[in-house]
Write a protein that binds this ligand. Sequence first.
Ligand code: GTP
Ligand code: MG
Length: 236
Amino acid sequence: MNKNFEPHEAQLDQAEFNLLYRNYHEFEILDHLYNAAMDELCMRLNVLNEEFAVMYERSPIHHIESRVKSTRSIVAKLRRKGVPVTLQSARQNINDLAGIRVVCCYIDDVYAVEEMLMRQKDIELVKRQDYIAQPNYNGYRSLHLDMRVPIHLSDRTEHVMVEIQLRSVAMDFWASLEHDLRYKMEEGALPIGLDEEMLSCANEIAAIDIRMQEMYKRITGMKPKEKTDELIREIG
Ligand code: GTP
Ligand code: MG
């Protein structure tokens, strides 16, 4: 196809922007609200992680990533879901306008962080998807929590939806590379057998994840001298 007949990227973005927002101010209001919700939850997660470091000399959270969904992705997701492409519809139908990814060290940490968050009375859990207990067809593992968090504005309180994805470092390793590989392929053009191979890799990584966790438990259950001896034995 002649490149000149393809809509320019910026024009495409502007067209999508106009579908969702009447003006730039409307975008700013939404962007501020969802960024505030994301920051609020990230702050709470950091407080928990730092408290853990103070009390138990370890951090269950390895790192946190966060983002507010781009206009282009919002429009694409609304179309995929077959719902109206409007701002109101986006707020109603898309739970991950604000998204946080919490990458934990070990599998148990994922559920420990969930438990700590759920103890916070002002957080409302709307949807819980445990892809660790029940992985996707391709082996994707993570715990998804869609929750509403109160955001206190100048004249009102809004309860804003945020999707938190909790996973171990091992699960993140697989999910990041799988996403990267899938992104490089055209939709539906995955080479034959790739899904099966992805599943097999995911299962191997999951087995290693469990072994790492078991080793960690063995080491932390010991006195300092035993720990050193065990490590020396393991290194050989
Ligand atoms: P609803 O929650 O049903 O509204 O839809 P959803 O699109 O949010 O689905 P879901 O929460 O199950 O998963 C959405 C997100 O999880 C995606 O944007 C990815 O970040 C992640 N995810 C789900 N499946 C996979 C997968 O197979 N591979 C990778 N790499 N990520 C996935
Ligand atoms: Mg979801």
